[in-house]
Ligand binder design. Sequence first.
Ligand SMILES: Nc1ncnc2c1ncn2[C@@H]1O[C@H](COP(=O)(O)OP(=O)(O)OP(=O)(O)O)[C@@H](O)[C@H]1O
Length: 255
Amino acid sequence: MTETPHKMSARGVSVFYGDKQAVKDVSIDIAMDKVTAFIGPSGCGKSTFLRTLNRMNDTIPSARVTGDIMLDGENIYSSAMDVVQLRARVGMVFQKPNPFPKSIYENVAYGPRIHGLAPSKPDLDAIVERSLKRAGLWEEVKDRLQDSGTALSGGQQQRLCIARAIAVDPEVILMDEPASALDPIATAKIEELIHELRGRYAIAIVTHNMQQAARVSQRTAFFHLGTLVEYGDTDQIFTTPREERTKDYITGRYG
Ligand SMILES: Nc1ncnc2c1ncn2[C@@H]1O[C@H](COP(=O)(O)OP(=O)(O)OP(=O)(O)O)[C@@H](O)[C@H]1O
């Protein structure tokens, strides 16, 4: 695999829901300047693993995580870690767009305001504009910032959610099947956006869609039955997988 600086490192991570183990002893490094795709058949644990990276599983009462996850060398599961701060540094975009039932402006302004990132109204306006521009939505909404975020199309709502994540200046963006609820045109826009965001943020994306993984990522991790079977450069995983199970999956033998 090509050498590159790491942003996050997981070591020996397991996740349990009650007695059931959903993720088994996963160790992986998430590159600073690349898009990492998590692929694998339904139920293999890829979303569960993604959620360990910003402690989103903390919100599920039956979930228990063991192992270590470091963000710039700092253990995110240590008691010293402020989870609210962590989720600003490691933002998340979900499968179903989930804007707040508030204006487009407020959706983006809320995070920077509560994190104290904008001392004045002009500062906040500038953050909102910059975030919407980076999310490729500004031109479509600049004249109606006070309209409700929920009145936008599905694809626009998802880009609004990306703008909301960007607004608090994250270091990592996690995306859990961000385009699976969208039509092909909206999906293509999200994929283009992922290309544009690469380099500025470390990005990890769960996708069911292997073509999408091949298009948007530089690294691919293949999960099966809770284990990380193979991790490598996307080109290698899709052309010369080392593991039989990876080959079976990418050639469509199961999943
Ligand atoms: N909140 C939960 N409570 C109990 N079990 C769960 C919960 N969420 C997921 N699981 C179980 O953990 C396993 C892994 O699920 P997960 O959603 O992480 O897989 P996935 O690979 O992302 O699948 P999919 O692509 O279908 O979302 C599955 O067996 C699933 O049923």
